[in-house]
Write a protein that binds this ligand. Structure first.
Ligand code: HEC
Length: 402
């Protein structure tokens, strides 16, 4: 009676939770950064208060006062901000499981990268994320952790190295999402294992009338600084799967490095602004991020295929059409013959020329610029096939009658 597509429903529900929790988490984190930056001193503030800010929202006024260490007297109810982060991670891991573990053969594994079985690939995914956290955490705890600037550079280098390792194990798409999942896990790990437990210890000491050890403040600062710089990169890697040109090429880990640096430059602009830095170079952070973005676009858009297309060489339309029929139509058809698909994946039907034209841009990004399609290259699509397909799309997908 019912024909429930469990994988798709699970995917939808977990994704809904994931973006909701993620928005709440990043939103509250941006809010606090802003609130911190807007604090102003006032002589009428209570003792030990560091600054105040007035805000208006939703029909009321908010008067927020910040205490740097803690107030004299602990309030009866203290509100913590942590469940947003935890639920973001839990639902994120849920997505990884639904999309990449459940569909390991299709999405996690690329036999040309590494010939793995589904259990092996899933095992490596989990081990990779745990090892990534342990590696990062040890780096922070080591002597190198004393120099905040140097440590940040090393953390970035470590993340890029991890992206490269994932690329040697998984499909391009899965590798990119694993790099993102690792930085997301590092951020949540920082909240769960470091920042909140230390905060709790400090609260306890204060309640006992002790002076909290400065060590706790230092560590919390180190970790929350990493979280702050990783916010923008983690968001882009999370939506990267929609853009095959980001992860589809041979050097996806360099693309990932670009994303880290561009995101960090933008964040640095705001962080230094909040710190009141007025040095000349601060103005150049945004343009530098913009320039790097342009370099990235140019690099990823350099296309030997385009050069051939510009050369105006004759296109064998019939053959181009056959390529789509051979390599795409088993899945992307109104009646797919591929055993894994009862209907065309995410509604992409490529049965006739009209439908192909409508999807031309997407086909290009999935199967020419990137090699994401055909899924797992089951049909053995060659480089020449992709080039011809690319030229055909660039020429506007002419039909036989054109
Ligand atoms: C083995 C089945 C299979 C084959 C063969 C296949 N695809 Fe796909 N395709 C999929 C699946 C599954 C998705 C959905 C991926 C997702 O959920 O992100 C997809 C998604 C797409 C999308 C939409 C991507 C997006 O996120 O907007 C395009 C475009 C596409 N395929 C083009 C092609 C082309 C072109 C070919 C042939 C060169 C091809 N596919 C061959 C299974 C296949």
């Amino acid at each position: 009676m019912f024909d429930i597509n469990y994988a798709e429903w699970a995917n939808m529900l977990v994704r809904w939770l994931h973006i909701t929790a993620g928005i709440a988490w990043i939103g509250s984190s941006f809010y606090f950064v802003f609130a911190d930056a807007s604090l102003e001193p006032d002589e009428n503030l209570p003792k030990k208060a560091h600054g105040e800010t007035w805000q208006v929202h939703g029909g009321g006024f908010y008067h927020i006062v910040k205490y740097l260490v803690a107030p004299d007297r602990m309030p009866e109810r203290l509100h913590w901000f942590k469940f947003e982060a935890y639920f973001t991670w839990i639902s994120g891991f849920g997505m990884l499981a639904v999309v990449y573990y459940w569909g390991a053969e299709a999405f996690l594994i690329d036999k040309e990268v590494m010939d793995l079985t589904a259990p092996q690939a899933i095992f490596l995914s989990i081990v990779g994320l745990i090892a990534g956290w342990v590696g990062y955490d040890s780096l922070c705890r080591s002597k190198l952790g004393d120099n905040l600037g140097l440590l940040l550079v090393l953390v970035f280098a470590f993340a890029i190295f991890a992206a490269w390792v994932f690329g040697e194990i998984f499909s391009g798409r899965a590798a990119f999402i694993h790099a993102g999942a690792l930085i997301g896990s590092i951020m949540v790990g920082n909240v769960f294992f470091i920042i909140i437990p230390n905060q709790k210890k400090v609260v306890k000491m204060l309640m006992n009338g002790e002076t909290p050890d400065a060590y706790y403040g230092k560590v919390a600062k180190q970790r929350s600084m990493h979280n702050s710089y990783l916010t923008m990169p983690v968001l882009l890697t999370m939506i990267s799967n929609h853009y095959a040109f980001l992860y589809g090429g041979e050097y996806a880990w360099i693309v990932f490095a670009f994303i880290l640096v561009i995101g960090a430059l933008i964040r640095h602009y705001y962080i230094t602004g909040h710190q009141g830095v007025t040095a000349w170079w601060r103005t150049w952070l945004y343009p530098a991020a913009g320039a790097l973005t342009v370099v990235l676009v140019m690099w990823l858009s350099y296309s030997p295929v385009q050069q051939v297309a510009d050369g105006g060489e004759e296109i064998d339309v019939k053959q181009a059409f056959t390529i789509v029929k051979t390599h795409c139509s088993s899945c992307h058809s109104s009646l797919p013959i591929h055993e894994d698909w009862d209907e065309a994946p995410i509604g992409v039907v490529l049965d006739d020329l009209k439908q192909m034209r409508a999807m031309g841009n997407k086909i290009y990004s999935q199967a020419v610029a990137g090699t994401n399609m055909p899924l797992g290259n089951e049909t053995g699509m060659t480089k020449e096939d992709r080039e011809l397909l690319g030229r055909w799309i660039k020429a506007g997908l002419p039909g036989l009658e054109d």
